[in-house]
Design a binder for this molecule. Structure first.
Ligand code: 5GP
Length: 190
């Protein structure tokens, strides 16, 4: 039997599901992990730093990179383009580093298709009401953007069972612990 050691972990959730906070906590604790910095055409939000949270690109520049085959995967999410640069992720995997990808549901499916041994984790809010309240409280998005994220999120929640693992983000500390258990062992397998 061939045992494949999965180094590639894809974390998805609805907007405001707590995924970025969980990833930030993991990276603070395990600085040796590789985190894929995506390219996007969305406007930077307060707190965003070009080259740190995302590489912010114009639409023509993003399209040029699609044509040049520079993305491992890319998708249109909430009306903007998002893509995973190919070179750095392949290099991290060559170096056998644990790689974390923060992707939407489409991106998770694309990467799972390319690398079936990758592990997909969906961070789920404890309830629809709590999720919407958190999304509004986050205060980083315009009203239209929040409405769009809610519409998309309702569809994304339906996709949760197709992920390898589902982690309910009720208490943040517990959710972080659950993700660590998945990374270092096996828990809650769907
Ligand atoms: P946000 O604009 O809130 O940072 O991210 C919006 C959505 O885009 C999130 O679901 C996030 O996971 C997803 N996303 C971020 N980077 C990528 C990427 O490179 N590819 C795909 N498919 N989705 C991404």
């Amino acid at each position: 039997m061939k045992v494949v050691n999965p180094n590639l972990y894809i974390i998805s959730s609805v907007a405001g599901g707590g995924k970025s906070t969980i990833i930030a906590a993991l990276l603070a604790e395990y600085p040796e992990f590789y985190f894929s910095i995506s390219c996007t055409t969305r406007e930077p939000r307060p707190g965003d730093k070009d080259g740190k949270t995302y590489h912010f690109l114009s639409v023509p520049e993003f399209q040029k990179r699609i044509e040049a085959g520079e993305f491992y995967e890319w998708a249109e999410v909430h009306g903007n383009y998002y893509g995973t640069p190919k070179g750095p992720i392949l290099e991290a995997l060559r170096e056998h580093r644990v790689a974390l990808l923060d992707l939407d549901v489409q991106g998770a499916k694309s990467v799972k298709a390319i690398r079936p041994e990758s592990v997909t984790i969906f961070i789920e809010p404890p309830s629809r009401e709590i999720w919407i309240e958190r999304l509004i409280r986050r205060g980083t998005d315009s009203k239209t953007s929040i409405e769009r994220r809610i519409q998309n999120g309702i569809k994304e929640l339906d996709e949760a069972p197709s992920f390898d693992y589902v982690v309910v983000n009720d208490r943040l500390e517990d959710a972080i612990q659950d993700v660590k258990s998945i990374l270092f062992g096996s828990k809650n397998k769907t």
